[in-house]
Ligand binder design. Structure first.
Ligand code: DQA
Length: 148
């Protein structure tokens, strides 16, 4: 099972970026935690981060033959038709993660261009959201493998 985990703009600043909203863990801390859980589950994971919309689209296209996607597109969540189209074209089961509870924040954060095409959202649980998303994808992929 190969799962791509991508983070969008400004998430490279985690740890120091508004920690009361996004937590004190850095993206590196989160990657280590997720890698350790993936190892327990016997999953392969790749991480990518970019501040540029087209780079995120490229990463999704390049991994279209992987088994799943976990994405925190940051602010592009609320604007990007291109990223939504890339996920749809890749036909990957995808989970949208947000560290903060976007539904308790500004109205513009409550709109997600990704939500119609992802499997589901994990929102508001900080870094734990990535771990939950990994477990959810693992369960789904295992069920699908057992059925086929
Ligand atoms: C975010 C929420 C977005 O609204 C914001 O632009 C981010 C981070 C989150 O993880 O809570 O960059 O995706």
């Amino acid at each position: 099972m190969r799962v791509l985990i991508i983070n969008g703009p400004n998430l490279n600043l985690l740890g120091t970026r508004v920690p009361e909203v996004y937590g004190r863990e850095t993206l590196e801390d989160i990657e280590l935690l997720v890698r350790s859980r993936a190892e327990e589950l016997g999953m392969d994971v790749a991480f990518g981060q970019s501040n540029h919309e087209g780079d995120l689209v490229d990463m999704i296209q390049q991994h279209h033959d992987w088994d799943g996607l976990i994405i925190n597109a940051g602010a592009y969540t609320h604007t990007s038709i291109a990223i939504a189209d890339a996920i749809e074209a890749a036909e990957l089961p995808a989970i949208e993660v947000h560290l903060s509870n976007v539904f308790q924040r500004e109205e513009f954060r409550q709109v997600s261009y990704l939500s119609p095409i992802v499997w589901g959202q994990v929102v508001g649980f900080g870094y734990r959201g990535y771990l939950a998303a990994l477990d959810l994808l693992y369960d789904r992929l295992r069920e699908e493998a057992a059925e086929s």
